[in-house]
Write a protein that binds this ligand. Structure first.
Ligand code: AGP
Length: 602
């Protein structure tokens, strides 16, 4: 959940570390730190509570060197503070370590080996660096001490360590948490995500679980669990660093909302061929066609995309779909069908909750597809098949374009599967429908000021709000509520419209904002009845309605599209309502409190 960077062999090490941490800030932003050193110079440790901007302000002109490590934190153990920020330092000030992950047995190791050590922090991580000093003091070489520590700790970790007495190598270890080594001429770098170092290199070595590495300015040595040297072929990252900036946009979230029409059109080009041909790996469609049930496993917004995709796949391909919360599914396995096919939806491809399920389903020998926005991410590397979202980097913590891209990709897959199974009698002209949706999203975005006004009228003063809908509108309401609460901190719930009167309607008082989504002609009347029920109790109602069902007092009117695809469109005004409600409260849209973009701990 944290972001870590390392550099060796560059005179501008401090600047490279700070730039890299800024690119990784989406992974955690409650405190940060760097340690910079060189053979000839002094070591410099700088740590600050808060964002990288605060750290950068604290880094003096004298903080120079040719090797360094850095960290931006999402607190798991101990409050955000200078002491708990990384790098953590061993008692004698010799070893400096940054860590991304959670050490499950740190208390046990502490009481077994470190009872007479005075700790400076509340972190699990400090146990790791104190253990290295402990083993060196017991006569081991630094390399053996580092390896013994790695062998003892249990949990998820990406470690980077520097020895002040020998600042000419970086000690690296990885288990579960993502970690890459970037290759340069006369220098090398290490990072949680290639985004951090694209300005320096596009060539990266992946580290796999249980591997360690020694990185110097001229060499990268990778070792397996048994510490035997392994060869690794670097891979090239296509991504252009310029794509990772927010350009003229005030926030990444607005840029990413704006990019959705282009993303949809790109996906049609990428996966839909001429005359109802599809451009997926035929073996993938073959395997999906043999399934007696598709299991979609995901978390957060991706889980909501899975809910919308279930209705689409069942309508078009007539294959039963179960949608499972990753954090629950892995530890409370339901009775599975005989021939399950697993689809993991994950923007980052690194979500630990989803990965623990993937590892278990893989062990059980089930076929696995990962649909992700990050090529060569862990969930992609470990799956049998990968389908990329081609949405471009999504930096804002609140996921937007990944949601519409996930539902769109699942729609195209459903068409391909329905064609394969000869079960598709939906008559949905998907290319045409996605074209209408892309244009409609463009229109909403071009007139976003209208949504800004509704945000001010309906949400400026409230502490809670409800989204209601039925069927796909209920599925869109769940995502709409998540967007609103995760960045504006308004307590919001997405609710099945018909369910309100069974309890939750007691929360409706004078002025409570209720936002209804109505795109289904079959249940539109019923939802309007529910709107009347909440209005009768003082609710302030805002309606997002399909033009064919619109009435004079409805505010946000959407073009008519095939109802089963409606969430791809109706979620966009909800994304903008959340965006403006957050702006109006003066909060940071891209980096909401307590959150991080890629959740790499369970
Ligand atoms: C969504 O806005 C959140 N950032 C979060 O719920 C996210 O969707 C969830 O953590 C899953 O992430 P993933 O798609 O990268 O697996």
């Amino acid at each position: 959940m944290c972001g870590i960077v390392g550099v060796i062999g560059r005179d501008d090490t401090t600047e490279v570390l700070l730039n890299g941490l800024e690119k990784l800030e989406y992974r955690g932003y409650d405190s940060a730190g760097i340690y910079v050193d060189s053979k000839s110079g002094d070591g410099h440790l700088v740590k600050e509570k808060g964002k990288i901007a605060e750290l950068r302000a604290a880094v003096g002109p004298d903080v120079k060197g040719t090797v360094g490590i850095g960290h931006t934190r999402w607190a798991t153990h101990g409050i955000p503070s200078n002491n708990n920020a990384h790098p953590q330092v061993s008692a004698n000030g010799r070893f400096y370590l940054v860590h991304n992950g959670v050490l499950e047995n740190y208390e046990e190791l502490n009481s077994k080996y470190l009872s007479d050590v005075t700790f400076k922090s509340e972190t699990d991580t400090e146990v790791a660096v104190q253990l290295i000093e402990y083993f060196v003091n017991s006569g081991k070489s630094v390399l053996d001490a580092f390896r013994q520590m790695v062998d003892l700790v249990v949990g998820s970790f990406a470690f980077l360590m520097v020895d002040r007495n020998d600042p000419e190598r970086l000690y690296v270890a990885k288990n579960k948490s993502p970690l890459l080594i970037g290759l340069g001429q006369g220098f090398n770098v290490v990072c949680s995500d290639s985004l951090a170092m694209l300005s320096l290199t596009h060539e990266f070595d992946e580290l796999h679980d249980g591997e360690t590495a020694i990185v110097t300015k001229d060499q990268v040595e990778i070792f397996n669990r048994e510490y035997q040297a392994v060869e690794r072929n670097p891979y090239h990252v296509e991504l252009d660093e310029n794509e990772t900036g927010k350009g003229t946009y005030p926030f990444f979230m607005l840029k990413e909302i704006d990019e959705q029409p282009a993303v949809l059109r790109r996906l049609v080009d990428q996966y839909m061929g001429e005359r109802d041909q599809f451009k997926f790996d035929p073996r993938l469609i073959e395997q999906m066609a043999q399934a007696d049930q598709i299991y979609i496993v995901a978390a957060g917004t991706s889980y909501h995309a899975g809910l919308a995709a279930k209705t689409i796949v069942e309508k078009i391909a007539k294959v039963p779909v179960a949608v499972e919360l990753a954090s629950e599914f892995g530890y409370h396995l339901p009775i599975l069908t005989k021939h399950p096919f697993f689809v993991f939806l994950s923007q980052s491809g690194e979500t630990a909750d989803s990965r623990q399920v993937l590892v278990k389903m893989k062990k059980m020998g089930y076929p696995i597809l990962t649909i992700t926005n990050v090529d060569r991410s862990t969930l992609s590397r470990e799956a049998d098949f990968t389908v990329l979202l081609h949405a471009g980097p999504e930096i804002a913590v609140a996921s937007t374009k990944a949601y519409t891209a996930q539902v769109t990709v699942m729609s195209i897959l459903a068409k391909a599967l329905g064609q394969k199974l000869k079960t598709d009698d939906s008559k949905i002209d998907l290319r045409h429908q996605l074209g209408i949706i892309a244009n409609a999203i463009q229109t909403i975005v071009d007139n976003k000021e209208e949504i800004e006004k509704y945000a001010s009228d309906f949400l400026e003063k409230t502490t809670n709000a409800f989204y209601i809908g039925r069927g796909q509108d209920y599925n869109a309401s769940l995502e709409a509520a998540l967007k609103l609460k995760e960045i504006s901190y308004i307590q919001a719930e997405g609710f099945a419209a018909g369910e309100l009167k069974h309890g939750t309607i007691s929360l409706i008082i004078e002025g409570t904002p209720v936002i209804a989504i109505i795109t289904d002609e079959v249940t539109a009347g019923l939802t309007r009845g529910n709107i009347k029920e909440v209005e009768a109790r003082g609710a302030n109602t805002l309606r997002i309605v399909s033009e064919d069902l619109a009435e004079s007092k409805d505010q946000i009117i959407m073009p008519k599209i095939d109802q089963v695809l409606a969430p791809i469109l109706t979620v966009v005004p909800a994304q903008l309502l959340a965006y403006y409600a957050t702006i109006q409260r003066g909060y940071n849209v891209d980096q909401p409190r307590n959150l991080a973009k890629s959740v790499t701990v369970e």
